[in-house]
Write a protein that binds this ligand. Structure first.
Ligand code: UDX
Length: 466
């Protein structure tokens, strides 16, 4: 091996410390990135709060992500706030704690680390990590685990007319964001309505976007072909390299699964047996996220709309699932957790009703499953806009929000049928979804845009430390 690599092909001089934001939607894509780095010989230390190590080690429900690959070592810091299985009761309080309580323990860990860290890859929502790196004179790479479009919005937030908590007029709501920020052709001001009402999280996020300007590189879990205009615009504006390296889905695990017979545990086997017995493209997979969910009256309307549409379904629902259990029957199955990526790959699955979390969005794109969007907050409404209006791979379930902010069952049933039945409109959506799936696969293959970006990024890292 070259002198800079040890006998196992791991770099002797480049040691990356990876710091994800403590939440599943952030830890998973950071681990995917670390797998890619480790596969290229970079030594990685992955830092998680203790509760997440618990989730990585034991087998609670939901099950732990796959163990780290060789070349990635795990280190822990204390939990920032009491929470249950990584789900904090108070979102703002949790975010505050992440912003104020992680820095000291991370500093102490960095003091002890051997060999010393030569670079930090930190979630963009950990702004203090940039300060830590700057103090130690080591580069900080910012990983943004949501859409590049959202990054651009938060980066340019002061250009938007959200003064204080002023409400937008109807005319203003419909204004394209491109009037304020380059590269965002289909997004509307209205897609960011939930932002202006989110005091603490918005303030914290904007703090992070002050610090991201001091990072040495920005990585996205998106891929170039998915958001080309916004990525071009950011590249011409940011003074550091910008590398989209996605779609960041656990695709290495998927490849392994496709090669070997899949070992299913019992509960997995139940829903896969059921999926196996359903006609091609007939099942709607429903998952409204692991973090916040819809109100119980909205949940009722979705359940009733689904029943009225007479569509087969597999629904992931936790918590108050008693009403959900009533739904299990001939037409569908309700499970507390499933292997989402594997489910989306199943030939019976023909639609994905999603809250538009960014990981779910990328997984829908990667598997080419048309989406029905039901965004709840933060990045989800803009993700929905991209899915429906820009990429044209889905339909929105929130077009007609009735009184009490609830979408009614008739509207839901009608839209489910529009997507799941064989019509000119649904075939066009399926065609677009297949195109985007191909583009996403090409991006991560040898010679694809994301593969080239990750190679350039690793080269930058190694050159910096040879
Ligand atoms: C959170 C925010 O809600 C989201 O808006 C943001 O983009 C990321 O952080 P989360 O709600 O967890 O994310 O949703 P998402 O980003 O979609 O991630 C969920 C992950 O859990 C996906 O990788 C999905 O495959 C996995 N999952 C979910 C399962 O494997 N099984 C399930 O049953 C449900």
């Amino acid at each position: 091996p070259p002198p800079t690599l040890d006998a196992n092909g791991v770099s002797r001089c480049c040691h990356v410390v990876a710091m994800p934001y403590p939440g599943r939607g952030h830890i998973n894509p950071m681990m995917t990135l670390c797998r890619l780095l480790a596969a290229r010989g970079v030594a990685v230390t992955f830092v998680v709060t203790e509760e997440w190590l618990g989730l990585l080690d034991s087998s609670p429900s939901p099950p732990p992500p796959p163990p780290p690959p060789p070349g990635v070592q795990l280190r822990t810091i204390p939990n920032v706030i009491p929470s249950e299985n990584g789900r904090a009761a108070d979102f703002s309080g949790f975010m505050d704690a992440v912003y104020t309580k992680m820095e000291d323990p991370v500093e102490r860990l960095l003091d002890r680390l051997q060999p010393p860290a030569t670079a930090i890859v930190a979630d963009t929502y950990l702004p203090w990590a940039v300060a830590v790196g700057n103090r130690r004179n080591i580069p900080v790479i910012s990983l943004f685990t949501m859409a590049a479009s959202l990054f651009s919005i938060l980066y340019h937030f002061d250009r938007l007319p959200f003064a204080g908590d002023r409400r937008l007029s109807v005319d203003e709501s419909d204004k394209p964001l491109e009037q304020f920020i380059p590269g965002l052709s289909s997004l509307r001001l209205a897609d960011f309505r939930t932002f202006s009402s989110m005091g603490t999280p918005l303030k914290r996020a904007l703090e992070a976007f002050y610090w991201v300007r001091k990072a040495q590189c920005v990585l996205f879990t998106s891929f170039y072909e998915l958001e080309p205009c916004v990525i071009d615009a950011l590249r011409s504006e940011l003074s550091c390299p910008v590398y989209p390296v996605g779609p960041s889905i656990p695709y290495m695990t998927l490849e392994e699964k496709q090669k070997k017979p899949i070992l299913l545990n019992r509960s997995d086997k139940d829903y896969f047996d059921w999926l196996d017995s359903q006609p091609k493209n007939s099942v709607l997979y429903v998952s409204l996220g692991s973090f916040l969910s819809v109100s119980s009256s909205q949940l009722d309307e979705i359940a009733m709309g689904l029943r009225a549409s007479e569509t087969r379904f597999l629904w992931v629902a936790r918590g108050d699932s008693s009403r959900m259990q009533e739904m299990s029957g001939v037409m569908g199955l309700v499970v507390p957790w499933c292997d989402q990526l594997k489910v989306l790959c199943h030939p019976s699955v023909g639609g994905f009703l999603t809250h538009c979390g960014w990981n779910s969005t990328l997984e829908g794109v990667f598997t080419g499953v048309p989406m029905l969007t039901f965004p709840i907050f933060w990045d989800q409404p803009p993700d929905s806009r991209l899915i429906v209006d820009e990429w044209k791979v889905g339909l929105s379930l929130k077009e007609k929000v009735g009184k009490d902010n609830v979408v009614g069952r008739e509207e839901i049933a009608k839209t489910i049928k529009r997507l799941m039945e064989d019509t000119v409109e649904s075939s066009e959506i399926r065609r677009r979804a297949a195109e985007l799936r191909e583009a996403s696969h090409r991006a991560i293959e040898e010679g694809g845009s994301s593969c080239a970006n990750i190679n350039s990024f690793v080269r930058d890292l190694l050159v910096g430390h040879n």
